[in-house]
Design a binder for this molecule. Sequence first.
Ligand code: DX5
Ligand code: ZN
Length: 253
Amino acid sequence: MTNRAGKTASAPNLRVRIFLAISTSREPGLVELAPSILSADFGHLAEQVQAAANGGGTVIHVDVMDGHFVPNITIGPPVVRSLRKVTDLPLDCHLMIENPDQYIPDFAEAGADWISVHQEACRHLNRTLHLIRSHGAQAGVVINPATPEQTLSEVLDIVDYVLVMSVNPGFGGQKFIPSVVHKIRRLAEWRAQRRLGYRIEVDGGIDLETVGEVVRAGAEILVAGNAVFGSGDPTSNAQKLLKAATEATLLKV
Ligand code: DX5
Ligand code: ZN
């Protein structure tokens, strides 16, 4: 096992690895749950976010849709500003919009900690990613299921995270597309080969059935909307998902 400094260490036992996964969840390779508020009850958003956090959610995923890049409309900076007042967790704004440069400053000013843009929506991706960073946010790049991971090779050294879509963006509650998993694996391999530091996020159809596969492939930030807020109690839903994810990290080779 190689640690972040590149030093070789002996593999910790099972109990220690579970402890590490929970206590230092920002380390590369360890999992975090990012509940997506898209499936939450917007009339009780603060309570829903708190419930998901109580279950172990450590990043709040905010899906921003414009009715152009994707065939659905959701929310904008005012909701981010309101969320900022009710949680200290990082707000992960996934921009599914055209011309994101026009809105990045507003999202950053509203309190977004992480901002991701779609490769498919950016004519000047390098510029857009630098724009995000210049506003003090972590910069992420997203690829749709039909977009090859190779299209990101020139920006992997300027992103904080890569988001692999495992559904076509636009709606919550869709079925996971298994053919994207190889992209997660490839991104993890490239990171090691090129000694880069981006984290790997996956979004779409993540539930108790699919979470193990994406974690074993190398996903570290797990977005889940329907599986957390769709039905039942968000706290116990989040706990179960995180438990399944953490167990899957133990099976990684
Ligand atoms: C889809 C969004 C997702 C969505 C995931 O366009 O980007 O974040 O909320 O929802 P589930 O987990 O229900 O697939
Ligand atoms: Zn999303």
